[in-house]
Design a protein around this ligand. Structure first.
Ligand code: RBF
Length: 153
């Protein structure tokens, strides 16, 4: 299994912790360093664009998008979070490759800190687990359907 990780540079203290969590979890599941391709994007808005590029150009089985959007005084937060969530879904649907939405959308920095290694765990870990589970699911569906075809033949 080969994984892409895309990490937003905005709120880097949080996103680097998410990235560390994702990498640790992948390695704990036996994934080798050589099979983890990590790139940084300027902000969460750029995550889907880089995910689409990664899936088309690199041999990745899944892409984990990591970002942190913190509610500000303007409506940017809503536009970006909706756009990124929708685009990650669309890329996953169009390419048949899991695009994991590991983007925190919180009211405060503190809430983000609690979800990137604090009392609410590390959502980077959960994103990595979701990526592994989706790859396994795809493989299982394929092998089950082959088994089914073999039995009916
Ligand atoms: N990117 C993030 O990943 N998290 C943020 O909290 C965030 N807040 C932003 C607030 C404003 C007002 C602007 C203009 C951009 C923000 N971005 C944020 C950056 C955004 O994702 C993107 O990188 C830029 O808009 C360039 O396309």
């Amino acid at each position: 299994m080969c994984f892409g990780i895309l990490t937003s540079a905005w709120n880097s203290q949080i996103t680097e912790a998410l990235q560390q969590g994702a990498v640790n979890t992948l390695k704990a599941h036996g994934v080798k360093d050589a099979d983890i391709i990590i790139h940084k994007v300027p902000g969460s808005y750029e995550l889907p664009q880089a995910a689409a590029y990664m899936i088309r150009e690199l041999p990745v089985d899944a892409v984990i998008c990591l970002g942190c959007l913190i509610q500000g005084e303007t409506r940017h937060f809503e536009f970006i979070s909706q756009a990124v969530a929708n685009a990650c879904m669309t890329i996953g649907l169009e390419t048949y490759r899991p695009v994991i939405f590991g983007v925190l959308t919180t009211d405060t920095f503190e809430q983000a800190a609690q979800r990137s290694g604090g009392k609410h765990g590390n959502k980077g870990d959960e994103a990595a687990v979701a990526a592994i589970q989706m790859i396994h699911l795809k493989r299982k569906m394929k092998s089950d359907s082959q088994e089914f075809r073999d039995t009916v033949q």
